[in-house]
Each structure stands twice: as structure tokens, then as C-alpha cells.
Design a binder for this molecule. Structure first.
Ligand code: DOR
Length: 431
């Protein structure tokens, strides 16, 4: 029997409500025991003194770019970057080339992940063919191939009748639909939040209403169809209010927010740094505060990175021409620890939003340190300061607003299925 003994850490397991210093014993890839003073023989010992020991993080929203744009990222490099950030399961979006709108692409992604990625990877398939918002994909066949959810992320299904049919079909097969809620017409040419930032920069604005209008429509359609709507990368106070109200009246809705929408306001765009350009854009202080509150309250279930690698030659252009998106895996924990340090969320609630919460949203059997659970584990040093240099990270791309900054809080060991796949001293050690 293979044994790992994680000794002396602060065990934070939202699934079983544990928050205390204890040892975690892993036996043959599953949690064997959580307790104090356990006697363990023949085990690989990991000293977790001063660290948090949590379920591995689950990311509901990432772009791994394979197939088709391997110059930005591939499943191997993305998987390595994920485990270096404490993520043990990553759900990858369908805007690859070709689009993941066919079971052959879903199969391909799963096959590459099995062979090349230290993190688990589960594909999210397109809701409509070619992400064109017109013709539904063969959702049942994609689900049989292994798709865990459906999304046209990066694009919005603008035709309400198509969206209604997608939701009806998703409900029938019991799958969540994750939405990129931005009204394309209201966005127009907008590249930064419409308001003081767009005025000062002299750049076209993207109004908050572009998001709220679509979230309102999709909530009403979820109510009509009884489907599970998952709202991707929420960025506005208005969307938060709509989601809260819909939940209160029993609509099956879940939501996620990114670290960048929790940490940065539109002010970050004022230097024209294209690493502050993302879709949806960074919003106002009031929007950021509303997202932070909603996360703490649980109105937003999950922190999702929207890890979106782009190559230097694509980002090193004028703001309007750069593609939207930033890296997310390796900086996520440090960035969101700011909410704990500010006293806005407790450690166990933060861990819930990174692991147990997202696992539940997509109904995956992870995010738990209960006896018998799959031993996907993150060991995190909440106080460790480090200089973030994306050139030294695992992603093939380097587009991060935190590049060159000193961050506080760092994953130090990551285990997938009881196997150590990352160690801050040695780096990624498997596969
Ligand atoms: O910032 C973003 N980047 N938002 C999206 O919706 C798409 C993503 C990408 O694919 O780069």
C-alpha cells in the first residue's frame, strides 16, 4: 500500500467542516484518516507546519488552447501551470481550433490530458456549432464523450430562442450551461469599462449593462426551462443582484468570479497595459466590492481563473488590437488571499470557493478531504512572499497583470490522486 503522511498543517476541509491542526494520511490515492497523533509507518512524510492543507482547487473556467493554438498553451503546459497554482482539476473551454463541438475533439482533449497533464482536465463542450450561436451541438453525444458542461465562452448566444433550446436540452441530459453574458451589440467596440476609465483613456467603453441585460435574460430562460444556468466570470454589481434575487425565488443558478475581477478595478487599465484587458473588462470599485461581498455570502459559488494565455506578439500591440485575457492559475491563490487578509472572508469559506464549491457546481466527486475521498490535495503557505515572474512559470504565455510583482501566499505542494505532482522546491515532478 502506498502511503503519504501530511503532518502538522492547518487542515481546512469545507466538505467536512474541519478547520484545525491535524495530520492527513493518504492510502492508495484516497484519504485514509484526518487526525492528531496518528501513527504512520512506511509513509512518505510531507511536513506541512505553518501551511494550510486543503482539497485541491477546482477551476470551472480555463483556456488550455489545445487543439490549435499550442503556441499560446497546450494541455501539458496548462496542466503543469495548474498544479503549480494548487489546481488539481481544470475544466477547459471550447474555443479551441477546431472548436470542441464534436465528440472527436472532446476525446482528443481527454486523451492528451491523460497522457500529458499532471492536473485532471475535463472538457466543457460548445453549446452551439462553431460557437456561432445558431445551431445546437449534439449535446448528448458530447456528454457521452466526457463533456461536463456546455458553453460558448468567449462568445454570447445572442438569439434568445437558441439559448432557450440549449437550456431545455441541457436540462434533459442533466448538464450545466455556463454562459459568457455580454450583449455583443451593447459591447460594440468597447475594450474597457464604460465610465471614468474609458473617458480618461479615450478608448471605447463596454457598459456594465452589456452584462446585466444578458444575465437577466438567461436567468429568466433558466426559470422558464428549469435548467442549471452557471454564470461565468461575473463582473458587475447588477449581475450579482439579479443572481441573488433569482436564487431566492428558486432558479437553479450558480456563478463564478475571477481573481482579477475580485482584485482589480478599471483603474488598473489607466496605463494602457494590455495585460489588464479582458472580457468582461475590469469594472468600477462598487462592482468589485459587490463581487467580493457576493463571494463571501456564497451568492457566488466559485472562484474560476479564466486562465487565458496569449502570446507576447499578440499582447504587445495597441490596447484596442490586443486579445482579451490574462493568465490565472499560478497567481490565483495569492491574489484571492487578499480577501482573507482584509477580513472579508474566512479561510474555510475561501477554500470552499476554490474547491468544494466549484466541484459541487459541476457535480464532480472532488473538493473533499473526508475519509475515502480522492486524495487531490493542495498545501498552501498563506504567508510566503514571492516574486512572480511569468517567464519562470509553467505557462507558455506570460500575459499577467501581476508580472514582476511581489505576491503573498503560495501553493507549496500539490497532490493528485495521492501522488505529489508539484513541490515548490523541485517544481512540477509528474507526469
Ligand atoms: O478575457 C477573456 N479571454 N475572456 C473570454 O471570454 C475569452 C478569453 C480567451 O479565450 O482569451
Amino acid at each position: 500500500m502506498s502511503r503519504v503522511w501530511i503532518a502538522g498543517g492547518r487542515v481546512l476541509d469545507p466538505a467536512s467542516g474541519i478547520d484545525r491542526v491535524a495530520d492527513v494520511v493518504i492510502e492508495d490515492g484516497r484519504i485514509g484518516a484526518v487526525g492528531s497523533g496518528v501513527e504512520v509507518s512506511g509513509a512518505e512524510k510531507v511536513d506541512a507546519t505553518g501551511c494550510w492543507v486543503t482539497p485541491g482547487f477546482v477551476d470551472l473556467h480555463a483556456h488550455l488552447r489545445e487543439p490549435g493554438q499550442e503556441y499560446k498553451e497546450d494541455i501539458a503546459s496548462g496542466g503543469r501551470s495548474a498544479v503549480a497554482g494548487g489546481f488539481t482539476l481544470v475544466c477547459c473551454m471550447a474555443n479551441t481550433q477546431p472548436v470542441n463541438d464534436d465528440p472527436a475533439v472532446t476525446d482528443y482533449i481527454l486523451d492528451r490530458a491523460r497522457n500529458d497533464s499532471p492536473a485532471r482536465v475535463l472538457p466543457i463542450a460548445a453549446a452551439t456549432k462553431g460557437l456561432e450561436g445558431k445551431i445546437m451541438t449534439e449535446m448528448a453525444a458530447l456528454q457521452r464523450a466526457g463533456a461536463v458542461a456546455f458553453s460558448d465562452d468567449g462568445h454570447t448566444i445572442m438569439d434568445g430562442a437558441v439559448m432557450r433550446r440549449v437550456l431545455e436540452y441541457a436540462r434533459m441530459i442533466g448538464a450545466p450551461v455556463s454562459v459568457h453574458a455580454e450583449d455583443r451589440h451593447l459591447v460594440g467596440q468597447g475594450v474597457v469599462n464604460e465610465g471614468p476609465a474609458s473617458t480618461r483613456l479615450g478608448l471605447p467603453g463596454n457598459p456594465a449593462a452589456a452584462e446585466t441585460v444578458l444575465v437577466a435574460r438567461d436567468l429568466l430562460l433558466a426559470e422558464l426551462t428549469g435548467a442549471h444556468l452557471h454564470v461565468g466570470h461575473v463582473s458587475t454589481a447588477g449581475a450579482v443582484d439579479l443572481i441573488r434575487a433569482a436564487r431566492e425565488r428558486g432558479v437553479h443558478v450558480t456563478a463564478e468570479v475571477t481573481p482579477h475581477h475580485l482584485a482589480l478595478t478599471e483603474d488598473a487599465t489607466l496605463g494602457y497595459d494590455t495585460n489588464t484587458k479582458m472580457a468582461p473588462p475590469l469594472r468600477s470599485k462598487a462592482d468589485v466590492e459587490a463581487c467580493r461581498r457576493a463571494l463571501a455570502e456564497g451568492v457566488i459559488d466559485a472562484i474560476a481563473t479564466d486562465h487565458a494565455p496569449h502570446a507576447p506578439h499578440e499582447k504587445d500591440v495597441e490596447f484596442t488590437a490586443a486579445p482579451p485575457g490574462v493568465l490565472g492559475f499560478e497567481t490565483a491563490y495569492a491574489v484571492v488571499m487578499d480577501l482573507v487578509r482584509a477580513g472579508e472572508i474566512s479561510p474555510i469559506e475561501l477554500v470552499a470557493r476554490l474547491s468544494t464549491g466549484p466541484a459541487r457546481v459541476f457535480r464532480q466527486p472532488y473538493g473533499s478531504l473526508a475519509k475515502g475521498a480522492v486524495a487531490d490535495v493542495a498545501i498552501l503557505d498563506p504567508d510566503r512572499e514571492w516574486l512572480y515572474d511569468p517567464l519562470k512559470g509553467y505557462s507558455k504565455s506570460h500575459n499577467s497583470p501581476w508580472a514582476g510583482g511581489t505576491l503573498r501566499g503560495r501553493p507549496v505542494v500539490t497532490l493528485v490522486g495521492g501522488r505529489i505532482v508539484y513541490d515548490v522546491e523541485r517544481g512540477v515532478v509528474a507526469p
